[in-house]
Design a protein around this ligand. Sequence first.
Ligand SMILES: Cc1ncc(COP(=O)(O)O)c(C=O)c1O
Length: 417
Amino acid sequence: MPAPAGTGAQDGRARSAHGAHGPRPDERSAGAVSLYSRPVPDILEYRERFPILAETTYLINHSLGAMPAAAEERVLEYARDWKTRGIRAWGEGWWEMSLTVGDQIARLIGAPPGTVSMHQNVTLAEAVVLSCFSFDGPRRRIVYEEGNFPSVRYLYQAQRGVDIVVAADDHGVVDAIDGRTLLVPVTHVLFKNGQIQDVDAIVERAHEHGALVVLDAYQSVGTVPLDVTALGVDFAVGGSVKWLCGGPGAGWLYVRPDLASTLEPALTGWQAHTRPFAFEPEQDYAEGAARFLTGTPNVPALYAATAGYDVIEEVGVERIRARSVEQTALLVELLEEAGYQVGSPRDPGRRGGTVVVRTPDFQRVGDELSRRGILCDYRPDVGLRLGPHFFNTDDELRFAVEQISEIAGSRIAATPT
Ligand SMILES: Cc1ncc(COP(=O)(O)O)c(C=O)c1O
């Protein structure tokens, strides 16, 4: 039984009750449809594949992307394979899943096949990268940005012998890189304010000085296009929980193919061996992405995750990005009209999928929104984070801003001056 991946489209044709964008299938030119092609579904037709959208206004895809119904099927498929195939399932797809699923991620990030391995999360993927290096020579500096995700910061800080330089922003990272720099862990889209970073400039400067760039693309892949090959990053990491709608437990690691064969991770295991089932006493690193694997893969998480990847691949990240830019522009406009300070970039070219807004007493506003079925979150210092995905309607965005105004406004009215 092969690992589940790429099941592709199901035929969901019913129109959403929540509004529409673009022509309806029956309005499209008949000439576009042949025996060999099906009409591209209206983007809002994908709503019906995400059951939680019927119950909530789901604007928290930067944190936990909505679950596709197909993920439940995949998890059941996993259970059935385990129940009926037993030990044979390893040879029928399970053992290879860290690489076969990695190949699906590779398609989403512009990487060649055989360059992405699956891990439990970003922290572990970055730990594998770190374990390829030692920090006892003259080149032991790590330059990163203030806005990196905490887990990534903690991990780098904890390495023995490192010399950490923290820059205020992406320009600061460029300035701080020098001949002492070994690694530059950088974030594509910042988690707190959704700002897209100037990765090109960082890669250029790092490579001029012989440093290597580790790109954390968790907040971009699935909503902001990423081409790791064109960018020339040395490593890239991400997970599946957010814009990929793949659920927890399926982090990924890309390593530049020409670099991979020169590295020997110290965080290693038998999946990284050329002949794992020979059970040899010494490590003999496999070629390609396999050399970055560790032990037994997280099989159920990999089953679940592919349901999210399938729908993202089917819709297409370029199309998702075009819709996301419209959605975030609308949110910025509505929130500013309502008198709130937006903390995400106004320039759409610098803005990822999340809009951050500071309202009075935003924790209370966030909690009340949640009670009303409008799911978003807040982060200290910055305010509410709203992360619409391709399946959200403009009406939902208007509704969320109305509710924010009502909740935050009522508090202002009740506060004695
Ligand atoms: C940019 C970024 N990196 C990493 C993480 C999480 O890392 P991990 O997979 O180790 O939990 C997040 C959010 O959870 C994030 O927003």
